[in-house]
Design a protein around this ligand. Sequence first.
Ligand code: PH2
Ligand code: MG
Ligand code: MG
Length: 168
Amino acid sequence: MPTICYIGLGSNVGDRLQNIKKAVSLIADWPDNKILKISSIYETEPWGVKDQAPFFNAVIEISTNLLPEVLLKHCLDTEKQMGRIRTIKWGPRIIDLDILFYGSQVIKTDTLVIPHPLLAERDFVIIPLNDIAPDYIHPVTHLSIHKLAASFDFMKLHFIEKLIIEPK
Ligand code: PH2
Ligand code: MG
Ligand code: MG
């Protein structure tokens, strides 16, 4: 049985819109994996390290047969393929692909923490997620995405574009 997962996408280096679109098209080519939903793309203020360019962010819903570690490997490989070079934590990046949820599983290993530990604090994750999965329940806090979204100011994020899923 495939598992429903959510992946957060972020970019603040180069052509941010093209980077998000390119990442979505590469994810669409992953094996044993299907993109079901794509949030709107938003421009967002940098969170954490504030002295950097604004980001474009989006969230996608996938149905996948890839195991969590394998899904992570695909995220990292796609980041690398798009030319990501890792510098400082929370620093500028061409593309960042973060696994937000893997079904309702709670996973903590040396390489993988799911749900993403900071997701509930990040408007650039929760607001796009609320576009596509408002009723999804966070498996640790048991709060709905809709409920988490209520603590953020939607006006802080700037709508850029709604992507459509192109049939293969
Ligand atoms: N990613 C970070 C750090 N800060 N800020 C925004 N707005 N969007 C991001 O995707 C982002 C960030 C580390 O992954
Ligand atoms: Mg990240
Ligand atoms: Mg990351």
